[in-house]
Design a protein around this ligand. Structure first.
Ligand SMILES: C[S@@+](CC[C@H](N)C(=O)[O-])C[C@H]1O[C@@H](n2cnc3c(N)ncnc32)[C@H](O)[C@@H]1O
Length: 271
């Protein structure tokens, strides 16, 4: 340690703990601003690099960044609102926030919102806002949606409990903007009985994967040879479902192409 560093360390140690905490926060804040400017200038369009640099588990322990790039690169420069459930760091208020900062660097014109059951307000910065509450509390989620306004991307990286994931999707998907994207991470919990999944029945509709797989048939609902069939909200408002290892992207839109055969009765003609 140099002489200057050891003097500074001693001055720091002699300060009141509250004052020390404030100085640390001040330093962290300014360091993060500088880091943001550098990372964005050098790697702004490279999500894998940003994930690694910010320490997000979306690249390294999971391999999600490549899929996010495929779906999000065309939205990068847009002015949109992005909401991620699960900020990271669990009950340590200072830990987490890596993915919020990664999204802020990747989407230079967007606002990034995070929800966590634990208090994560220390991560609030320019274009980043956090909310404390549970993803299963619909009153809280309603207030979040009201405060944000139009939400174009929702990412569920919260508790990963099957009933939570499905409850949150049921509440938030209808509130997503009309051409928005809803992403669910860590769908492997669909197979874990300890948190509501099943490894004996892969199609159980109360597991995340079991439920999402059923949405795929809904994409083709105009082709069902069932004249009385009443399309669901999901049938009418989902235009694509993309499955990857442990993650799913659900594209919202108007599924209104109709059938080019059944509606004309041609399909029923003898060949
Ligand atoms: C895997 S971490 C999120 C990581 C972060 N999205 C990232 O990519 O860096 C999961 C977070 O979800 C939060 N969480 C757990 N249960 C929750 C719930 N019911 N509602 C909201 N957040 C929850 C935890 O506190 C934890 O911080």
């Amino acid at each position: 340690m140099s002489l200057i560093q050891s003097i500074l360390a001693n001055v720091h140690k002699s300060l009141h703990p509250e004052r020390r905490k404030r100085i640390r926060k001040f330093q962290a804040f300014h360091f993060r601003q500088l880091q943001h400017v550098i990372f964005r200038a050098l790697f702004g369009s490279n999500l894998k690099a940003l994930a690694a640099l910010y320490g997000s588990d979306k690249w390294g322990s999971h391999w999600y960044a490549q899929h996010y790039e495929r779906h999000f690169s065309c939205l990068r420069k847009k002015r949109i609102n992005i909401l991620e459930i699960g900020i990271g760091g669990y009950d340590d208020p200072e830990a987490g926030g890596e993915s919020l900062r990664m999204w802020r660097a990747y989407f230079p014109n967007s606002r990034i919102y995070g929800v966590d059951i634990c208090d994560k307000h220390v991560h609030d910065e320019r274009r980043i806002k956090t909310f404390r509450g549970s993803q299963v509390d619909q009153i809280f989620l309603g207030q979040v949606v009201q405060e944000i306004g139009d939400i174009h991307i929702i990412i569920d990286d919260g508790s990963h409990r099957n009933e939570h994931v499905l409850g949150t999707f049921g509440f938030l998907f209808p509130k997503l903007s009309k051409d928005g994207i809803y992403v669910i991470e860590d769908t492997q919990t669909s197979y874990w009985p300890s948190i509501g999944g099943s490894s004996s029945d892969f199609n159980r509709a109360d597991t995340t994967m079991g439920f999402l797989k059923k949405l795929v048939d809904g994409l083709n609902y105009p082709e069902f040879d069932l004249p009385q069939y009443e399309p669901t909200y999901y049938d009418k408002h989902i235009t694509a479902v993309h499955f990857y290892h442990n993650m799913v992207f659900i594209q919202k839109g108007f599924n209104k192409e109709g059938s080019n055969l059944l509606s004309k009765g041609e399909w029923c003609k003898p060949w």
